[in-house]
Design a protein around this ligand. Structure first.
Ligand code: ARG
Length: 258
């Protein structure tokens, strides 16, 4: 995770970006998310945020990690390309093998690509990652790559409308996907929970599951909470209002290394 020392909203590269960030509040919210993860007995490593790179807090976009290797991102927008060499350096220093220092496609790492188990990578494309880049991602290891068609501009990264919960469950917002992708989600993750439009707009799909707890932005409905309970999951809501001014929340603020 990257503490929000220099987090602001200075430009708009997605439809949610706007407003003024309360920096104190952002720090408190970020601490709340980090505490919620650490409470589960999971260690959080951090990286400093460089001034002039306000979106670096969304470290999930730095790459995709599998088996202690990372496929590095190539950002779509020039506003974020300055983050790339910093991530490369961090991964090298921390013993994560790096692949993909140079290639022509775009790829925004964990923002568009997420595993539901070691055999299954969910791969969004369109706004922020190229469809063809997933041919390259195969260099990371042996797993199925499920290409996901995303059809709504507001849900511009896969992690804005999809969150794996366990090997048979996800939280997803059906309207953000083509019919074929909706079917594939239900085929491979049959216990998936469809969230409402209100929940999707509250970024409920931008959740992470740590052990048996789903850590989500505020706005989980009673129905979703009950459905998760049936699947043995607790919900912990954290206020992410400041980060949502930049179009991000829990899933975007964390890069899973293991
Ligand atoms: N303002 C950032 C951008 O548009 C937000 C990134 C959110 N990250 C994510 N994984 N969805 O690039």
């Amino acid at each position: 995770m990257v503490p929000p020392k220099n987090f602001t909203v200075e430009y708009a590269i997605n439809p949610w970006m706007g407003g003024v960030v309360d920096q104190q509040k952002a720090q408190t919210q970020w601490d709340g998310l980090k505490n919620a993860i650490e409470k589960q007995g999971v260690q959080v490593l951090t990286m400093e945020q460089t001034k002039g790179l306000p979106d670096q807090v969304f470290v999930c976009n730095s790459g995709l990690v599998f088996d202690n290797k990372v496929y590095l991102s190539r950002f779509r927008h020039k506003e974020r390309t300055g983050e790339q060499p910093l991530y490369l350096e961090w991964f090298k220093k921390n013993g994560v093998a790096t692949i993909g220092e140079e290639y022509p496609e775009i790829f925004e790492g964990g923002g568009d690509a997420v595993f539901s188990d070691r055999q299954t990578l969910w791969a969004g494309y369109g706004e922020r990652s190229s469809k063809s880049v997933y041919e390259r991602i195969k260099a990371l290891g042996q797993f199925d790559i499920v290409l996901c068609d995303m059809v709504l501009p507001n849900f511009y990264h896969l992690d804005t409308c999809f969150a794996p919960v366990d090997e048979t469950t996800s939280l997803y917002y059906p309207a953000a996907f083509s019919d074929a992708t909706q079917k594939e989600i239900l085929r491979r993750l049959p216990n998936s929970i469809a969230v409402s439009e209100a929940e999707a707009n509250a970024f409920v799909c931008n959740a992470i599951t740590v052990r048996n707890t789903v850590i989500s932005p505020i706005g989980v409905s009673a129905a979703t909470r009950d459905a998760l309970k049936t699947r043995g999951k607790d919900v912990e809501e954290v206020d992410m209002s400041e980060f949502m001014k930049s179009g991000g929340a829990c899933q975007c603020l964390v890069l899973r290394l293991l």
